[in-house]
Each structure stands twice: as structure tokens, then as C-alpha cells.
Design a protein around this ligand. Structure first.
Ligand SMILES: [Fe+2]
Ligand SMILES: [Fe+2]
Length: 243
């Protein structure tokens, strides 16, 4: 790891307070559309909430993480919890559910990290997984912008824009960590990205792990292939420049 001090990009905001400004009557959704979107909003809420499980898994690990990785992970975790709180407020507003009961339902789920064990045990590999997964999230939220804008409140348009900015920062911060690793060749990086892609292409069941929360019905068939290609191109350019 290079020696000069690195800090993750982060911009703090309060997602639940932003959603809290919305009046239910201002949201333009028919009853049919609302019912149709229930699983979609629940899934996004769960995936953001599951950062808690990944955070615990990282800190439970016997691996000794660098200061830079820990700074990255802390900023990431703060942001994801903020996103989860925003989605929780939105879900309760849309579906008129009791927040305490929804929190209980979220806590009753339990993660299974065992299928991902090979990706979690070293810092550069996990940083690369963050770079891949956050890029996928960023691209998926980008598709969602039109939906949020159609709901008729400026707060929800702002909510999705701020989410997108945070996911962009998470991706960029993870890329920085990769580029700051000494002696990491592009071939090694490219090979691991191929393994992420192969995992995604098996359509694995999502098990509350935050990463690989990719059961998205609204993305195209080549979405993950394109994501892997974009990440490789980004890293190839920078690694070539550095080398
Ligand atoms: Fe997020
Ligand atoms: Fe993120």
C-alpha cells in the first residue's frame, strides 16, 4: 500500500429526514402500481440494510485490514446505513407500515456468506468486489432515476440523485484502494473480475450479504457482462499509466 495518507470521498446527508418531508398524498402512484412496486422497494431496503451484516462479517474476520481499508469501510457503512434509513422511511410511508415492525422483520433475516468465502478473505480481493458491486448498484440506480422522478415529489428526485452520488463515491473509493496496492498486476485483477461475473451469471439466490444483491428484474441480460467490462477498462487504463 502506498504511504501517503488517503481519505475516502464522502458527503453526509440525512436520507430519513429528506423522505420525512414528503406527504403521502404528494406521491403519484396508482394503487395497482404501488402494489406492483412493493417487492422492489422491499428488496432495495433489505439490500441497503444488509450492509450491517457485511460490516459485521468484515470486522469478525481474522484478516488484518489496513488503515485505509478501514477508513473506506467506515465511510461506506455510514452511507449505507443512511440509505437503509431513507428506504425504511419511504417503505413505511408508501405502505403505511409500522416502523418498529418493519425493523423487526429486517433483523429476523440472516445472512449466509459461505458461498462468497473465496471473495472475502483478502483486502485487495474484497476491495475489488466493492468496486464491482458498487458499480453495478450505481448503474442499477441510474435506471431507477426515471421511476423516482415520476413519483411527483422533488424530495424523491433528490433522494435518488444523492443515493447515486454516494454509490459513485463508493465505487471510486474502492478503485482508489485497488490502485494503491503495490505489485497488483492487471491480469490478476481481470481474473478475479471474471470470477465475480461467473458467480453473477449463475443467478445465485441473494442471501442478505449486501454484495451480489443482483436479483434485479429491471436490468438487461448483459448488465453484469457490461459492468465487468467497464471495471476492467477503468482499471486497465490506470494500471497501465501507473506501470
Ligand atoms: Fe447504498
Ligand atoms: Fe454503496
Amino acid at each position: 500500500m502506498k504511504s501517503e495518507l488517503w481519505k475516502p470521498r464522502q458527503s453526509r446527508w440525512d436520507a430519513a429526514a429528506l423522505v420525512g418531508q414528503i406527504k403521502r398524498a404528494d406521491i403519484q402512484l396508482t394503487a395497482g402500481k404501488l402494489a406492483e412496486l412493493r417487492d422492489y422497494f422491499w428488496f432495495d431496503l433489505c439490500a441497503e440494510w444488509d450492509s450491517t451484516y457485511l460490516h459485521d462479517e468484515i470486522h469478525r474476520s481474522e484478516n488484518s485490514w489496513s488503515q485505509e481499508f478501514l477508513a473506506f469501510e467506515q465511510a461506506w457503512f455510514e452511507d449505507e446505513i443512511n440509505h437503509a434509513e431513507g428506504f425504511l422511511a419511504l417503505y413505511c410511508l408508501l405502505y403505511e407500515e409500522d416502523e418498529t415492525l418493519v425493523r423487526q422483520r429486517l433483523r429476523e433475516r440472516s445472512p449466509d456468506f459461505s458461498p462468497l468465502a473465496e471473495f472475502l478473505h483478502d483486502e485487495w480481493g474484497l476491495s475489488l468486489l466493492f468496486a464491482y458491486d458498487e458499480l453495478a448498484t450505481m448503474r442499477a440506480y441510474h435506471i431507477d432515476v426515471a421511476l423516482y422522478q415520476s413519483l411527483g415529489t422533488s424530495e424523491l428526485s433528490r433522494f435518488i440523485r444523492l443515493l447515486l452520488r454516494d454509490e459513485t463515491y463508493h465505487h471510486a473509493n474502492a478503485v482508489d484502494l485497488i490502485l494503491r496496492q503495490d505489485g497488483l498486476g492487471f491480469e490478476k485483477v481481470s481474473h478475479l473480475i471474471d470470477r465475480f461475473l461467473a458467480y453473477d451469471q449463475q443467478d445465485p439466490r441473494y442471501q442478505a450479504t449486501f454484495v451480489f444483491d443482483h436479483e434485479w428484474a429491471h436490468v438487461g441480460e448483459d448488465f453484469f457482462l457490461e459492468t465487468a467490462k467497464m471495471l476492467k477498462e477503468r482499471l486497465a487504463k490506470s494500471m497501465k499509466k501507473a506501470g
